[in-house]
Each structure stands twice: as C-alpha cells, then as structure tokens.
Design a protein around this ligand. Structure first.
Ligand code: AG3
Length: 278
C-alpha cells in the first residue's frame, strides 16, 4: 500500500477548491509577508503555495511563465530593459532572458524568502536568476516603479491574488506608476485572474488600465492548477499592438507559446468580451 493519503486543498472561493495529492511537505514557514509552503505532489511535481494559494508547480509552470513573458516580448520590436514585479520564483525572468535583445532584466520581489526557497526547491524555474543581465532587488514593487521613471521597455506584473502583499498591484494608481516607469513606446502585462472566478476584478482592472494606457488588450491561457484553469493576462501598451505588431518568434524550445498561440490567445469568448466591454 502507498503511504496514507495526504491532500493539499486550495479553497479558491467559498464554493470552489482544487485538491492535489501530496507525498510530503518539503518546507513550511511564515515569512515577513505571507505563509510559504512547498510540497511534493504526485501529479505536478513540486508545488509552491503562498497564503494557501497555488503559485506554481514544476509540471505546469511553463504555461504561465511563457505566456506572461513571450506575448509582450514578441509585441515590442526591441525590448532591452525589462522589469518583473513579484515573480520571486524566477520563472518569468528565465523566459525573458531567452530574448537576445534583452540587456537588463530586473526582478523586484517584496519577499526575499520566495526567491531563496525557489532557488533551493525549484532550481529549473529559478535558473535564470544567476544570469549576469539579471538584477535581483528584494523590494516593494510599487516603490521601485516610483523610483525608476521612463526606464523600462516592458514591465510584467507577476503577482499573487489581490489579497495580502499584492493588493496595491491591482489599483489604478499603480497602473499610472507603471505607465510612468515605461519608455515612450513601452508596454506592460499583468496576470489578471480567472474570467470564471474573478469577473468583477477583471472588469475593474480592465477599466483602470484603459483609463491609463492608450491600448488595453486581454489574452488567455490554460493553466491546470489555477482556479478554473482559464486564466487571463491584461496588456496596457503605449504604442504597439500585440496582433498588428507581432514579431516573428525569437525563442526556440517553448512548450506553450508559439506564433499561432500568440494570435489565438487574444480571441476571447463572448462571455469574456462582455466582462471588458465597458
Ligand atoms: N502568480 C499568479 C498566481 C495566481 C494564482 N492564484 C491562485 N492560485 N488562487 C504566480 C507566480 C508564478 N511566478
């Protein structure tokens, strides 16, 4: 017989949960900002959990990290300076530095423990953090963008849900600061939750980004371990349009991203269009 049945459950809402069978808990701590747990799951390899929410797993992380990175980086014709806010596991950074044009990638993560434990237990995800072009800053992302006006071609907001340390990253004032931290033709992408589970939030975020950026575009990806599996990302852009200005694929070996997926990701089902039509 196998060992006793241990399950991790994320309660995604009052009425919804996801369960993953776990072999063991590898690490658990309460950091200055949140609870942090790492478990070994039967289905998806190692699992990173912050404040009870699935952040990433070894086996499906590629979807999220490729899609949050390669869509904006194949929209901008020549991205040189890129900033990631949050994203302490390093997955977005790993994808960003695959782009030959990138000269500098800054990670602004508020919780240094996420970075340290990811290096230890998710070495393939955190691998890019050691690259000489990468500047790791353990700092508040909001303060970081305030202090760096006009510096970045692309900014990615790889945050947790809008609770705890990430609340301020889902606010109009923050999008304004992101706008100001970008170059004149810059663009940004934020992870913006599930069109099934977070409808109000998506409508609000879309309206807020629209009020700051000349262009707002939403796209989708399928992420099996996130609430409902259907996940949205929202791009605010000063100049480039992700479809009209789409660049030929510059990175090889992607498992989810392709030029066709890039195009297709912006095709939104009518019920999703409805959420952002305001
Ligand atoms: N950032 C987005 C996680 C949101 C998932 N929400 C949830 N499980 N309720 C993930 C960080 C990956 N770099």
């Amino acid at each position: 017989m196998k060992n006793a049945e241990l399950w991790f459950t994320e309660y995604q809402s009052d009425n919804l949960s996801i369960g993953l069978r776990i072999n063991k808990t590898i690490h658990s701590e309460v950091t200055e900002f949140q609870t942090l747990d790492i478990m070994e799951t039967e289905q998806y390899g190692n699992l990173l959990v912050l404040d009870g929410c699935v952040m990433t797993t070894d086996k499906d992380e590629f979807v999220y990290h490729e899609m949050i990175s390669h869509v904006p980086l194949h929209t901008h014709p020549n991205p040189k300076r890129v900033l990631v806010i949050g994203g302490g596991d390093g997955g977005a950074i790993r994808e960003i530095i695959k782009h030959p044009s990138v000269e500098k990638a800054v990670l602004a993560e508020i919780d240094g423990r996420v970075i340290e434990t990811s290096k230890e237990y998710f070495p393939q995800i955190a691998s890019g953090l050691a690259d000489p072009r990468v500047d790791v800053q353990v700092t508040d992302g909001i303060q970081y963008v305030k202090d760096h006006k006009g510096e970045f071609d692309v900014i990615l907001v790889d945050s947790t849900d809008p609770i705890g340390p990430a609340v301020g990253l889902f606010a109009r004032d923050f999008y304004q600061l992101v706008f100001e931290a970008l170059t004149d033709d810059g663009l940004f992408v934020a992870q913006t939750e599930s069109p099934f589970a977070n409808q109000k939030l998506i409508s609000q975020v879309n309206a807020d980004i629209k009020s700051v950026f000349p262009q707002t575009h939403m796209y989708l990806a399928f992420i099996p371990t996130y609430p409902t599996g259907m996940w949205s990302f929202t791009m605010g852009s000063k100049k480039y349009n992700p479809l009209q200005d789409q660049q030929p694929q510059r990175v090889t070996g992607t498992k989810y991203y392709s030029s066709d997926v890039h195009k297709g990701a912006f095709a939104l089902p009518p019920f999703v269009q409805e959420l952002i039509k305001g």
